[in-house]
Design a protein around this ligand. Structure first.
Ligand code: ZN
Length: 494
């Protein structure tokens, strides 16, 4: 059984200032052939699950073609999606014929031309391989699932954890089912249900209510006879697309009625708790004053408005500026500011610098903040984390970094690439002990939890402004469905 695997992983924040260009995709990949195996086999990512499933099945020869993976940012340019599609399809065509295709897609990719970019990829792959070749896809839980994304595949499943700790497991299950389809052992049929509801980013944690209970329902339904897989997509509210919002998906063995029943049952359960899916962050000043007086450390402040994993620029200064204004000391705070890193490199370790850091991408995320302090460390920004991390990532690259110990006792870590704070090794590799930091500012909402929950005295979600602000009602949508909860509170679901 020859099985092609390929991927395109991008979460497009259509409100974010920096578009996802071809240049950026090419700077971070693609991973090709054995390089794809080397990068992913030992990780917890989607492709690792495909690789694991193939390795466990004597009859399967997995052929790693190529995979594009770019960290979340703005809309994909038309040129970039065209070029990526051309390369994916050419590799598929040249390497064929195939017995099956496994795709690692995100589900919230949007291009200037194709707002349903994942659906476009799938439709083109389907056209190329034909109807008789089974296609399996595993999506991120933030997928905005379109009917086309289901119609053009045979098996679809979605992560069931946020922070995402199960991509490998879900992909393994997807691949095993696809192998079963090739052997004629199962005949999958899928049903998709999309009630008109968006989940606030603050309520997307799957270990908290009500997502915890909804995911438990999905897991329970997946055990019923004849059911192959059940998924929930939380959706990505920062993509202004028609399919934005929650989705419920059931895959059964030749029983479309059962699939529809389960998808609708879950959708009704979510609709019933829709007011619990709304969220409000804590005011920055309130949280900083609270953290300054806290007896147990570290207090982790989640910078929701600069949620880099949601496409923001990683240089928001709202929290740092507020700390300076309030006289709150002892922050660990990272900022993407390649220009300031260069200044620190020229000055050297041990020298005193005065810099205007961060706030340079746009005017949504605060202006540059003046810091004075000592350059404590310079490095390449590459580090590794074998522990549990969001998305199962292991190898990190923040680009050249500089750590400044400021005169008001903050540790400001300047990076050259936009990165959220999803690994404690980020601090350790910079010579800092995460346990002794009084206050850690983590740019993200759920992605920092896997690494920080085990050590944080408390974690507080901030209502910081920015292109990933928790205040989703303030986003100016053009394409989403209307009416939709919570934007139009009178929205109905039958
Ligand atoms: Zn996600």
């Amino acid at each position: 059984m020859r099985v092609a695997t390929l991927g395109l992983h991008h979460e497009s924040n259509t409100f974010a200032p920096v578009p996802a260009t071809l240049e950026q995709f090419l700077a971070s990949g693609p991973d090709v052939g054995d390089g794809l195996i080397a990068k992913y086999a030992e990780s917890q990512a989607t492709l690792a699950g495909f690789i694991e499933a193939a390795a466990a099945d004597d009859e399967v020869e997995l052929v790693p073609l190529l995979s594009f993976d770019l960290n979340p940012m703005g809309t994909i340019t038309a040129e970039a999606l065209d070029a990526i599609l051309a390369r994916l399809l050419a590799a598929l065509e040249e390497g064929g014929p195939w017995d099956a295709v496994l795709l690692a897609l995100h589900g919230a990719a949007a291009s200037e031309v194709h707002r349903d970019a994942d659906g476009e990829v799938l439709e083109r792959v389907r056209k190329l391989v034909g109807d008789h070749v089974p296609i399996g896809v595993t999506y991120d839980m933030h997928a905005n699932v379109s009917p086309r994304m289901i119609e053009c595949a045979d098996i679809v499943n979605i992560y069931l954890t946020n922070p995402h700790l199960d991509p490998r497991l879900r992909a393994r299950q997807c691949a095993d089912l696809v192998f079963g389809v090739v052997r004629g052992e199962i005949h999958p049929t899928m049903a998709l249900e999309k009630p008109p509801v968006a989940v606030n980013i603050l309520r997307q944690g799957t270990s908290d209510s009500p997502m915890k209970e909804l995911c438990a329902l999905a897991t329970e339904a997946a055990q019923r006879p004849g059911v192959l897989s059940v998924s929930i997509a939380e959706g990505f509210p920062y993509a202004d697309v028609e399919e934005m919002g929650m989705a419920f998906l059931a895959v059964t063995d030749g029983d479309p009625e059962l699939a529809r029943e389960i998808a609708q049952e879950l959708a009704r359960a979510a609709w019933a708790v829709r007011t619990e899916l709304e969220g409000d962050g804590v005011d920055i000043d309130v949280a900083l004053r609270h953290a300054a007086l806290a007896e147990a450390h570290p207090v982790v402040l989640l910078d929701v408005g600069d949620n880099v994993g949601g496409g923001s620029p990683a240089d928001s200064t709202h929290v740092l500026a507020a700390a300076q204004r309030l006289g709150v000391r002892g922050l660990f705070h990272s900022l993407c500011d390649p220009g300031s890193v260069v200044v620190c490199e020229k000055a050297g370790v041990g020298s005193t610098v005065e810099l205007n850091v961060g706030g340079k991408t746009d005017d949504l995320h605060g202006g540059p903040v003046t810091v004075r302090g000592t350059v404590r460390m310079l490095d390449s920004g590459k580090f590794e984390d074998a522990g549990p991390t969001h998305g199962g990532f292991r190898f990190y690259d923040a680009g050249p970094r500089a750590l400044i110990h400021t005169e008001d006792d903050h540790m400001v870590l300047l990076t050259s690439l936009p990165r959220g704070n999803t690994s404690r090794q980020e601090l350790v590799s910079a010579g800092l002990d995460p346990l002794t930091q009084p206050i850690i500012v983590a740019k993200g909402v759920h992605s920092p939890r896997a690494t920080y929950e085990p050590i944080a005295a408390e974690m507080i979600q901030l209502n910081t402004p920015g292109c990933t602000s928790a205040d989703i009602g303030a986003l100016e949508y053009q394409y989403r469905r209307r009416p939709m909860f919570p934007y139009e509170r009178e929205a109905q679901y039958e």
